[in-house]
Design a protein around this ligand. Structure first.
Ligand code: ATP
Length: 365
């Protein structure tokens, strides 16, 4: 186990900064997910930690030792990739034993480590099989086992579940979480799937365009996204964002739409709106915080139903409000139809306000 610290880490390819001034600390035994859209720099960050590519600037330390110049084999890490790269002609036992044989460990110790890893991953009964005789999930467990036998300070995982079908992915997600829990292992895990990050990680590092946007627990990232990018990336369906304009009506601050409706703000939200660099403010709301009303009630604004998607225990509707499409979740018993005129009620305690110019979340002064 070890702490991993990234300080002002940079990696450029010519003019492109694949990783731009990224700093965060992964504590002993933490499971951290690097998450973000394709091309945001997650894999490059992981490869820098692993030592697979040279760093352009900044420092990476593993267990209090700066590793910038160290070879991957000297960093005390083990990697698990989406493509398991098992040796097809070796049994599972030999696949697990191979990295230890390369390190010239005594045979009895190799056997002990392989059996211990197989027990943790519940693959003892598969030790004599060849990879082609295993399911995708079993192969992934062998790949994890191969990392585990090396007893590294840090596990680095790059989309290890993305080759599995949806059902197996959900199952392996729980198994990986259990694996982390049982071993108290330090894990850094790359995924483009925010749901994987939210469900498995102690902390998530949300990246965009090579830059770290937010580093916090999934609960805090969900509750307090720092900007519109994080707000719309984390959560499913995504947080809805409506561009509006703040204005004052006597002592009251309101948000106005180009269509002419006005939404009065609570005193705290008014202070947030007043902190904006310009009157252009983005109103953010998660689907579960909105209420559909058949008629106008205080705190509601007019909208028009776009689509209705029943999923069984919850129905999702998309509603046009001003120039935005807004997601809302409904009890399946609610009957609405496309093109129906509705009113959507906002919860002042759960709405988010962002500065439309900087995209940053507004905080009450
Ligand atoms: P994905 O989820 O698609 O794998 P990612 O977030 O892991 O994306 P990276 O692979 O880290 O993204 O790439 C970050 C950026 O750096 C991308 O714009 C990519 O095109 C660029 N990049 C990565 N490797 C190289 C390279 N060897 N040469 C030039 N550009 C590169």
């Amino acid at each position: 186990m070890a702490e991993v610290v990234l300080q002002n880490v940079m990696k450029n390819y010519g003019p492109l900064y694949a990783v731009n001034d990224v700093s965060f600390t992964v504590e002993h035994g933490e499971f951290v997910a690097l998450v973000g859209p394709s091309g945001c720099g997650k894999t490059t960050t992981l490869n820098l930690i692993a030592g697979l590519i040279p760093i352009t600037g900044g420092d990476i330390s593993i267990g209090n030792r700066i590793v910038n110049e160290l070879d991957p084999k000297d960093r005390d890490i083990a990697m698990v990739f989406q493509n398991y790269a098992l040796y097809p002609n070796k049994t599972v036992y030999k696949n697990l034993a191979f990295p230890l044989q390369m390190r010239r460990l005594p045979k009895a110790e190799i056997e002990r480590k392989v059996k211990a890893a197989a027990a943790v991953l519940d693959i003892t009964h598969l030790l004599e099989r060849k990879p082609r005789q295993l399911s995708g999930g079993q192969q992934q467990r062998v790949a994890l086992g191969r990392a585990l036998v090396r007893d590294p300070a840090v596990f680095l995982m790059d989309e290890p579940l993305s080759n599995l079908d949806a059902k197996l992915r959900v199952q392996m997600r729980s198994e990986l979480k259990r694996f982390h829990h049982n071993l108290d292992a330090t894990v850094i895990y790359v995924t483009h799937d925010q749901l994987e990050a939210v469900t498995m990680a102690d902390k998530m590092a949300v990246m965009n365009g090579g830059a770290l946007q937010q580093y916090d627990t999934p609960a805090n990232v969900f509750a307090e996204p720092v900007n519109t990018f994080v707000a719309s990336f984390v959560g499913s369906p995504a947080m809805s964002l409506i561009p509006l304009t703040a204005a004052t009506r006597g002592a009251q601050t309101v948000l106005t739409s180009p269509e002419g409706w006005e939404l009065p703000l609570s005193p705290e939200n008014a202070r947030k709106a007043q902190a904006s660099s310009t009157p252009n403010v983005i109103l953010g709301a998660r689907h579960s915080t909105l209420k559909l009303q058949p008629t106008k009630v205080p705190g509601s604004v007019p909208g028009k139903v776009y689509t209705v998607e029943p999923t069984g225990d919850v129905t999702f509707a998309q509603i046009f409000i001003s120039e935005a499409v807004v997601n809302i979740s409904l009890d399946p018993s609610v009957q609405i139809e496309p093109d129906q005129e509705v009113w959507v009620e906002f919860d002042q305690g759960k709405m988010h306000l962002f500065d439309a110019e900087t995209t940053m979340a507004l905080r009450a002064k």
